[in-house]
Unconditional design. Structure first.
Ligand code: NAD
Length: 464
């Protein structure tokens, strides 16, 4: 690991920043290669999960990676342009530029839930910015991590892009390398450890973390379409999505209507679960057991639980398929309301006054995503203004992730920094401020020996 890091650093210093053409060629190579490997990738992810819908892999792994490549190739020339900025009257007629430089060697640590997307999309941004990259994918999806390692090794020399596979000890050693930037995607708890390790080297970090993303349903929301979006966002990848709606806040009088529509929508989307290739499994026994425990705890407390199993099938634990489940009005002390769920379980809380919903969100750690459903623009603006979340979608779930021109990232417990599109390019670039003195410059009037001229200049400067 150390040797690869040294080789990347040496290669970076030797070759200097890559040209626009080289970066575009690298990205084209990557984008083209993805297209030829979709089936192998889908098979690796499916084998890691037990069952992972082929369509989900296309929609949520392949498409975002290819879209990032396309968007970046199209706009990279403009992003790389130095930006002219004014120096202000006092320093005229000098000039100033902001120059975007690659930072050097970048580390990327990625999680298991979208193991290709969350490795490749940051890689695209880091390469676009002209860096060398070391990637540490998750040990929980080992076949996919091996696939990624082989895939990238076939495209790039190790001193440009290298994949290091391994578990937490490898991850810890990885996070201690003297990277020029480290992007970590995963849980908040491990994010803390990564930031501590990076702090030793003063390595700047981008942390893409998790948490409980609320979904607020307004009094005037069109429920049928809202529920289609919510069920889609919750059950994609069986809820193992960092920006899945974690829980719903709903007007009290609409609870029965809500439950009926959720049951109907699940039936429509997934008429069966057990052998349905569209319905994804929980990634491993530990996570399956964790979610099952949340439900057992809620049941034991007497909370109303609605399990939606449209085909009334037996779901053997070894398939790790958990049925979509609603938890109605859970107590705040239950794990479903304290922990990020990361599974097909949706707690539903009701409110009487709209402000209660906003207050509830604000009494909890700042979420990665927030969803609002409703037609009233004033209410929508109130939610967006009064709550602080990494990102938000209105009358939809998940899709702010897919819009290349939006920054994607968290705030507070849900993360630090952002990427996607130009924001990714900037995350992995150093913004160097450069002052360009002109031949005729007034700044010499501030040189010593100080005296009458300096006093005159200071009087001018003070007036501004
Ligand atoms: P995780 O924290 O267990 O693992 C993520 C990565 O960190 C893996 O590659 C792992 O090997 C590595 N790692 C583990 N211990 C480490 C250590 N001590 N030092 C350095 N690296 C270490 O997370 P996970 O379970 O794989 O992912 C699920 C979490 O990630 C959820 O909370 C989810 O919300 C969040 N997530 C966030 C985003 C986002 O974009 N913000 C995306 C996906 C997932």
């Amino acid at each position: 690991m150390r040797a690869i890091f040294d080789a990347q650093r040496a290669a970076f210093l030797r070759a200097g920043p890559p040209s626009l053409e080289e970066r575009r060629a690298d990205l084209a190579k990557l984008g083209d290669a993805i297209g030829g490997k979709v089936d192998r990738l889908a098979a690796a992810i499916a084998a890691d999960f037990g069952n992972r819908s082929h369509y989900e892999t296309e929609i949520a792994e392949v498409f975002p990676a290819q879209s990032a490549v396309r968007h970046t190739r199209r706009h990279l020339a403009r992003w790389m342009q130095p930006r002219r900025v004014s120096v202000g009257l006092e320093l005229m007629p000098a000039g100033a530029r902001i120059i975007y430089q690659p930072v050097g060697v970048v580390g990327i640590i990625s999680p298991w839930n979208y193991p290709f997307n969350l490795a490749i999309v940051p890689l695209v941004a880091a390469l676009a910015a002209g860096n060398r990259v070391m990637l540490k994918p998750s040990e929980l999806t080992p076949r996919t991590s091996d696939f990624i390692a082989e895939f990238l090794a076939g495209l790039f020399p190790l001193d440009k892009v290298a994949t290091i596979v391994g578990g937490p000890e490898v991850g810890h050693a990885f996070s201690r390398l003297q990277f020029d930037h480290l992007l970590y995607t995963g849980s908040t708890a491990v994010g803390r450890l990564v930031m501590q390790a990076a702090a030793e080297n003063l390595t700047p970090v981008t942390l893409e973390l998790g948490g409980k993303s609320p979904c607020i349903i307004g009094e005037d929301a069109a429920l049928p379409s809202a529920i289609e979006s919510i069920v889609y966002g919750k059950l994609l990848n069986a809820g193992q999505t960092c920006i899945a709606p974690d829980y719903v806040l709903l007007p009290e009088q609409r609870l029965d209507e809500f439950i009926g529509l959720v049951v109907g929508t699940v039936q429509k989307f997934y008429p069966t679960l057990a052998a349905n290739p569209d319905y994804t499994s929980i990634v491993n026994d530990r996570h399956y057991g964790r979610i099952a425990k949340y439900l057992a705890e809620a049941k034991a407390s007497g909370t109303r639980i609605i399990e939606i199993n449209p085909g009334h099938e037996e779901l053997a634990p070894r398939t790790r398929k958990l049925p979509p489940t609603l938890v109605i009005e859970p107590d705040e002390n239950l794990s479903v309301m304290r922990e990020e769920i990361f599974g097909p379980v949706l707690p539903v809380k009701t409110y009487r006054r709209f402000d209660e919903a906003i207050d509830y969100v604000n009494q909890h750690p700042r979420p990665l995503a927030l969803y609002y459903f409703g037609g009233d623009p004033d209410k929508r603006d109130a939610v967006l203004r009064k709550t602080v979340s990494g990102g938000a979608s209105v009358n939809a779930t998940l899709f702010h992730f897919a819009a290349e021109n939006l920054p994607f990232g968290g705030i507070g417990a849900s993360g630090i920094g952002a990427y996607h599109g130009e924001f990714g390019f900037q995350t992995f670039s150093h913004r160097k401020g450069v002052f360009l003195q002109s031949r005729f410059s007034g700044t010499r009037l501030l040189h010593p020996p100080f005296g009458r001229i300096t006093d005159l200049m200071l009087r001018v400067l003070r007036r501004g």
